[in-house]
Design a protein around this ligand. Structure first.
Ligand SMILES: C[S@@+](CC[C@H](N)C(=O)[O-])C[C@H]1O[C@@H](n2cnc3c(N)ncnc32)[C@H](O)[C@@H]1O
Length: 279
């Protein structure tokens, strides 16, 4: 691929998804875009890029952007965040939301669904305490294709072996051929929607808990800052935000700050009620 084509694709990805594609990642373009070129029956990548530059084919551009996203995810990813959810965040919410019995959770950039389904499993494990509560899990991603997989809730042996305790596998999945299908009960607990983190967020409403993990790492500082500020806008005053292990708000947003003693969990800066929720 020539330099101009590389620059064109890198700019397109940045504009459409926030992804920063450094030149050292040029090899990724070939490996991820060749299958798209074949699907669209172009003779080569060059021919596909020429067609994209000519404009008028939005579906092709969407396919290219989606093909360049990294969808790596697994159940109970990094474990600690979910342990903290169960041990601190959920008990705090049960107390602070007791009067209206409503909890809203957003899994932003949910990929193939392991993150929202992990939360659904944890909530299901606490269904007695949550009886009569209205708990919503909204899970969003840029990619329509990956959301389809999330909605289907069907995972390979390899995928269920990564992080999912065997007791929960047996309890919430059924084997279908060589795959595992999540129970309808859990599937119904999650509402999936296509949503680009670069877009205006307010239509999603306010959230008590936001998981935005392992996506900011792909963005530049300005995009990270904009996304974090948008998230701060839709967090309840005492709401919490989970970031990935390699992500931080430090030096990027002064609207959010680490919840004391809770690694990877952030609250709104100066949120007076925050300590009510996180013990
Ligand atoms: C590495 S996965 C993270 C999945 C999950 N949060 C986790 O931690 O396991 C990153 C996801 O971010 C999505 N993504 C990338 N750019 C996005 C954007 N601008 N808006 C929404 N989702 C985006 C990708 O489609 C991909 O599914």
């Amino acid at each position: 691929m020539n330099v101009n084509d590389f620059k064109y694709i890198a700019q397109l990805l940045h504009d459409r998804s926030g992804l920063v594609l450094g030149e050292e990642k040029a090899y990724l373009l070939e490996s991820r875009l060749n299958p798209v070129a074949r699907k669209w029956e172009f003779k080569s990548l060059d021919e596909m890029i020429t067609a994209m530059r000519a404009g008028g084919n939005e579906k092709l551009i969407v396919d290219v952007v989606e093909a360049m996203t990294t969808n790596e995810s697994f159940f109970f990813r990094d474990q600690t965040p979910f342990k903290l959810f169960e041990d601190f965040v959920l008990p705090g919410l049960l107390e602070s939301r007791a009067s209206h019995r409503r909890i809203r959770i957003w899994s932003a950039a949910c990929s193939s669904g392991q993150e929202p389904y992990t939360l659904a499993m944890l909530l299901k494990e606490h269904e007695r305490e949550l009886a009569g509560w209205n708990v919503e899990i909204i899970a969003t991603d840029l990619s329509t294709e990956i959301l389809k997989k999330a909605q289907d809730g069907i995972y390979s042996q390899f995928e269920v072996q990564r992080g999912l305790p065997i007791t929960l596998l047996v309890k919430y999945f059924t084997q279908v051929g060589d795959k595992w299908k999540i129970s309808d009960d859990l599937r119904k607990m999650v509402t999936y929607r296509v949503f680009n983190l670069l877009d205006g967020i307010s239509a999603l409403g306010k959230f008590d808990v936001v998981f935005c993990r392992n996506v900011l790492i792909y963005f530049d500082q300005a995009t990270k800052s904009k996304v974090l500020s948008n998230i701060a806008d839709i967090m309840a005053p005492d709401g919490v935000l989970y970031l990935g292990g390699a992500e931080t708000v430090l030096g990027i947003s002064d609207r959010l700050q680490l919840v004391e003693g809770q690694r990877g969990i952030y609250g709104l800066a100066n949120a007076t009620a925050k300590s009510n929720m996180v013990a």
